[in-house]
Design a protein around this ligand. Sequence first.
Ligand code: ATP
Length: 275
Amino acid sequence: FAAMDSRKARQSLIRFEDIGGQDVAKNELCEALEFIKNAAQVREMGIRPLKGVLLTGPPGTGKTLLAKAAAQFTNSSFLAASGSEFVEMYVGVGAQRIRKLFSQARDTARRNKLKSAVIFIDEIDVLGGKRGQSGNNQEHDQTLNELLVQMDGLSLEDEICCLVIAATNRPEALDQALLRPGRFDRQVRVDLPDKKGRLHILHLHTRNKPLAEAVDLEEIAADTFGFSGAHLENVANEAAILALRDGAGQIEMRHLRSAVEKVILGEKLDRTPVA
Ligand code: ATP
């Protein structure tokens, strides 16, 4: 399990304030996280505990960041995996990895003297696709079943309270069993940022860079329709590289404009506004 052992397992340092835009997603996620923060009251009231949150939306919009911020917000350990790590040739290997993921998450929390753990599974559709439809049926179905078993076994009585946050940009491909109450029963949509969100993200990614006085980030935000947070981070980085190459000392509007063009060309972004 070399890939799993080298996985970063630690407490996350990303806070919700470090994520630009996504106000609706942040609010919905925070609301759900109150369940973990107030586990004792939730238990007393006999409320069914929240075990899973599904983040849906296009790539690069901040789903991983949101999961990390959720761990920070709830003072939980953070362990990340990708759905593809559980896809194996041999029957039983994926299921074994799922068990290891949950036990590793609990161990990390225990080691760090934390009472809760966030397990993040990116590209959940790779392991959680509809049963009976994948090429290697038996192995795929066993892996998915093990995830369901592990989630069903989570309880507020546990010494370490676990929350599974999963991400996908293909929620329609998921096996319905994953979406039943007690599993991923909260869905939070993480969309491409609007202009206000893009401006916020641009501010965040230029805050440690020298910007010329005349730089108007509002103009850049207006010109970057269709960009994700990851694209905007790329724009800020490319602009700094162009300024360095120019010997300009500061990032100017022309650097930012060229960086926007570069990202559009490089990514072949479809920026046709939706009617
Ligand atoms: P994927 O579906 O491809 O895994 P994702 O939605 O999980 O993508 P992240 O990994 O969270 O996206 O984001 C990638 C990078 O893009 C981040 O490390 C960050 O630099 C930047 N980024 C994305 N969204 C935001 C945002 N809302 N605010 C600030 N930075 C962002």
